[in-house]
Design a binder for this molecule. Structure first.
Ligand code: NAD
Length: 493
């Protein structure tokens, strides 16, 4: 019997009112480990009421005290680092090293939240008119909501709630129903860190839960990370209901390899970018563009490296390079895209369809797959496959390669491998996306920088992470004060 996840509301566990459930697997084995309830509007209203009631006291709590909770939370995350990484591996399937990366990048966000006293400072100017001083203060918004995807069970929720809470907001997290366990552990640790009850809540569910949150009049702001279709829907529905929204969507990230690149180093980086987390990353490098004479040496190296990758169950096996994909739906979707690529005329250089490690039982595996001679009009180029499938295109020169990358509807990341500073500069300047890598596989910015998706990869004005994150979770108040007094006359001037 698998357990049904409970919600975390007001500092305690509460059973959701729900009729539908999403299966939670250990993807390494294909075993059902839990079920996530699709919380209904009544449960959502209960959570919003609790978060709303907790808001006035939390907003009034001095920012240094709020930051102290985050310091204690960082310590607890460090103490429970291995345990959290194992939990991420269990419900997501990524390798232990990748799971540690998930937690580490999340901790960096909590460390950023510890800087709230400095980052929330406003501005002031005295004597803006005779006897009048002006200042800008930053105030929290109220009840904020985070809706997160399956691919980073710890990091993406941690992109949101530490900053929101440090700013004085209360928060409701609606995690992906495919990975509900890690967020629950984060909630427990946050309570252990001393966060007052009701400031952070977790409500599980799917579409109906999201719709109830999007339309609830007492929700002030929504942070979303997930696929582009849903991001657009969240942005449009949330803003139509008067909420502040930041919604990060899907991606298709290009990696250009110039003929002068260090091919061995580029191969290492591309392998990590394409097949890390089994290709289930919004910053996954899914298209490699080999420019001019780079094509043959790169294909040879990529093929050799893919053939050496050890694919297998990640729970309890640290020697594995790549784990499973999240669930049977993803497994079928990715395999269908491989079939589609073949029908579209791409050449299958490395075929991951037959990979099914014997020890994995019914685990959801697709091995590293590489297509060569991929053409711009193919659907495998246009769509985000979100699995371990790398498409390689061959282009004559840098300008063709940049023009091709700029055709994408998305705009998260793009990368160039070269020894030519001029080529790197041209690429960084003219690539039409928000995060650029030069001789770096996955240019995912650190917590202090914003996560700057462009085009259909982001809807909203203020991005997640960095100072933009603090701006998203606060609104400005301008205070003009007149205090009549003796002024300089008191000095006898
Ligand atoms: P998803 O869009 O299916 O789900 C994300 C969240 O939205 C989940 O909480 C889910 O319950 C909810 N949801 C899904 N469909 C919905 C609907 N019709 N109405 C209301 N809510 C809905 O995404 P996923 O499969 O969990 O995650 C993978 C996607 O996330 C990929 O597209 C990936 O690129 C993207 N992603 C983007 C970033 C980024 O920073 N841009 C980061 C991580 C993941």
């Amino acid at each position: 019997m698998s357990t049904i996840c409970q919600n975390y509301i007001g500092g305690g566990l509460l059973t959701a009112s729900a009729t539908n459930f999403t299966p939670v697997y250990n993807p390494s084995r294909g075993e059902l480990i839990a079920q996530t309830p699709d919380s209904d509007a009544t449960t959502v209203a209960q959570a919003v009421q609790v978060a709303k009631a907790a808001f006035p006291d939390w907003a009034d709590t001095p920012v240094v005290e709020r930051a102290r909770v985050m310091f204690r939370f960082v310590n607890l995350l460090e103490q429970h680092f291995e345990e959290l990484a194992r939990l991420v591996t269990r419900e997501h399937g990524k390798t232990h090293e990748e799971a540690k990366g998930d937690i580490r990048r999340g901790i960096e966000m909590v460390e950023l939240a510890c800087h709230a006293p400095t980052l929330l400072m406003g501005q002031s100017l005295d004597q803006v008119a005779r006897g009048i001083d002006g200042r800008v203060e930053r105030h929290p918004l109220g009840v904020c909501v985070g809706i997160t995807p399956f691919n980073f069970p710890a990091m993406v929720p941690l992109w949101m709630f530490p900053i929101a809470i440090a700013c004085g907001n209360t928060f409701i997290l609606k995690p992906s129903p495919k990975v509900p366990l890690t967020p629950m552990r984060l909630a427990e640790l946050l309570t252990e860190a001393g966060l007052p009850k009701g400031v952070f809540n977790v409500v599980h569910g799917g579409n109906q839960t999201v719709d109830a949150l999007l339309t609830h009049p007492d929700v002030a702001a929504i942070s979303f990370v997930g696929s582009t279709t849903v991001a657009k829907y969240i942005y449009e529905t949330g803003t139509a209901n008067g909420k502040r929204v930041q919604a990060a969507g899907g991606a298709k990230n290009y990696m250009l390899v110039m003929p002068d690149a260090d091919f061995d180093a580029a191969t290492n980086q591309i392998m990590g970018a394409a097949f890390g987390c089994s290709g289930q990353r919004c910053m996954a490098g899914s298209i490699a563009v080999a420019v001019g004479k780079a094509a043959d040496p790169m294909l040879e190296r990529l093929h050799d490296s893919a053939a050496k990758m050890k694919v297998g169950p990640t729970d309890g096996n640290s020697a594995v390079d790549m784990g499973p994909v999240i669930d049977p739906l993803a497994h079928d979707r990715i395999r269908n895209y491989i079939e589609l690529g073949l029908k579209e005329g791409a050449k299958l250089n490395t075929d991951g369809r037959a990979v099914q490690p014997t020890e994995s039982g019914a685990g959801f595996f697709v091995g590293p797959t590489i297509f060569d001679y991929v053409a711009p009009q193919m659907q495998i180029v246009r769509d985000e496959i979100f699995g371990p499938v790398l498409s390689v295109m061959r282009m004559e020169d840098l300008s063709d390669a940049i023009a091709q990358a700029n055709q994408s509807q998305y705009g998260n990341g793009a990368v160039i491998f070269t020894r030519d500073g001029g080529a790197a500069r041209t690429f960084a300047r003219y690539a039409n996306c928000g995060m650029i890598g030069v001789n770096v596989g996955v240019p995912a910015p650190m917590a202090i920088f914003p996560f700057t998706g462009w085009n259909q990869s982001f809807f909203g004005d203020l991005h997640i992470q960095g100072a933009e994150g603090f701006h998203f979770y606060t609104h400005n108040k301008v205070v003009l004060s007149r205090w009549d007094g003796p002024g300089k006359r008191v000095l006898g001037w």
